[in-house]
Design a protein around this ligand. Structure first.
Ligand code: SF4
Length: 371
């Protein structure tokens, strides 16, 4: 910067100026707000599906091993080069990737995963910082409760496992915030164990290839788990490659909306193609976003990630320019939040939900990331 240049206002000074204007605009009325509403955000219960799933028992041993060969062979040739698949990736790196990849596409995960591993190459690095730092560094990956879960898992790895990610399904599953999918995936991909790994992509491939239906049932059921276990190769090394390969096939070829069957290595064995590509028996729920409470929560989180002092609730509702914020720094997420034009009760629900989930806390009359 030349010595003639006027220093740009820091984030903190911008923020403090905004707070002062806000206080001035309130005159002597003081801070008053209420978020005392019940805003627990629940995902709607999925209907149970008890329909039988055609099993791998209907395949001969020869057919099954042909599937194994074809799909793992395809994977060996076409798999994407991803850093968490490299030999040198630590179990911690695999665990972080598995949590980030749930509900977020690879392309968005990659930069955040790299930042995390650079900043916190071991669980103790993350455990040594406040949970709010994990949430702040989660960026825009969405579903930020996952950052809290990773932080809690890191703390337990340090306190109960000497800072080393445990190497088996049972101990992984016992970590806070680690569910059966993540435990199986980390045991398989970080430690080379034979585990039945079942994610959305794998379920979809099994549903089409073996069961001949367009989509798996809305929620994972016991019959699907049995089918996945039956399909898993006996050989340990092959089972690890199989899990990764079927997942990749679902992500790249047997995709949800438009499967690329012409490029599929097992199209001649596919039960869904053989059945004439029957349509799904239900319409998958779209991931509505615009106008939802989730969108407002995301916008509030974007403000909190940039704020370095607690944000008074009124600030969430005012035009940032009126508070003296420039169109950069924290003014950007504040303006984005303002553009949503949310009803006050929706904003209250969002704030209460963030408090309830431990993603935000109240401090000195405002909101901040957990300390
Ligand atoms: S042929 Fe098509 S539907 Fe069948 S498994 Fe391959 S990509 Fe999926």
């Amino acid at each position: 910067m030349s010595h003639h240049a006027v220093p740009r206002p820091t984030l903190r000074s911008q923020f403090v100026r905004g707070l002062l204007r806000l206080a001035a605009s309130r005159g002597l009325r003081g801070i008053h707000y209420s978020v005392g509403i019940d805003a627990t955000i629940l995902s709607p219960a999925m209907p149970a599906d008890t329909a039988p799933v055609p099993g791998a028992g209907e395949l001969t041993a020869g057919q099954l091993s042909k599937l194994h060969r074809r799909i793992t062979g395809w994977f060996a040739e076409t798999a994407r080069d991803l850093p968490w698949r490299e030999e040198s990736c630590s179990p911690w790196g695999v665990l972080v990737s598995e949590v980030m990849l749930q509900q977020t596409p690879v392309v968005r995960v990659l930069p955040v995963w790299r930042e995390w591993l650079e900043r916190w190459p071991t669980p103790s690095g993350l455990a040594g910082e406040p949970a709010g730092e994990a949430v702040r560094s989660w960026g825009r990956l969405g579903y930020p409760r996952r950052a809290l879960r990773l932080h809690a898992a890191a703390a337990a790895i340090v306190s109960d496992h000497g800072g080393k990610v445990p190497d088996n399904y049972t101990e992984l599953l016992a970590l806070p915030g680690v569910g059966s999918y993540t435990a199986a995936a980390v045991a398989a991909f970080a430690f080379g164990r034979r585990e039945t790994v079942v994610d959305t992509n794998i379920r979809r491939v099994h549903a089409r290839l073996i069961s001949g239906v367009a989509l798996p049932s809305p929620s994972l059921n016991a019959a699907e788990m049995r089918l996945a276990a039956e399909l898993l190769p006996d050989d340990v090394g092959t089972s690890v490659r199989w899990n990764a390969a079927v997942m990749e096939l679902g992500a790249l070829v047997c995709t949800a909306r438009a499967p690329k069957c012409a490029a599929c290595p097992v199209r001649d064995s596919c039960a869904w193609l053989a059945a004439g590509e029957p349509p799904p028996s239900y319409l998958p729920k779209g991931q509505a976003w615009h106008g939802t409470d989730r969108q407002v929560r995301g916008a509030v989180m974007a403000v909190l990630r940039l704020a370095d002092t607690p944000v008074p609730p009124e600030m969430f509702q005012q035009e940032p320019a009126d508070l003296g914020f420039a169109a950069d720094g924290i003014g950007v997420p504040l303006a984005a939040l303002h553009r949503l034009n949310s009803a006050p009760e929706q904003l209250e629900r969002a704030l209460a939900g963030l408090l309830g989930d431990g993603l935000a806390e109240q401090h000195l009359g405002g909101y901040r990331l957990p300390a």
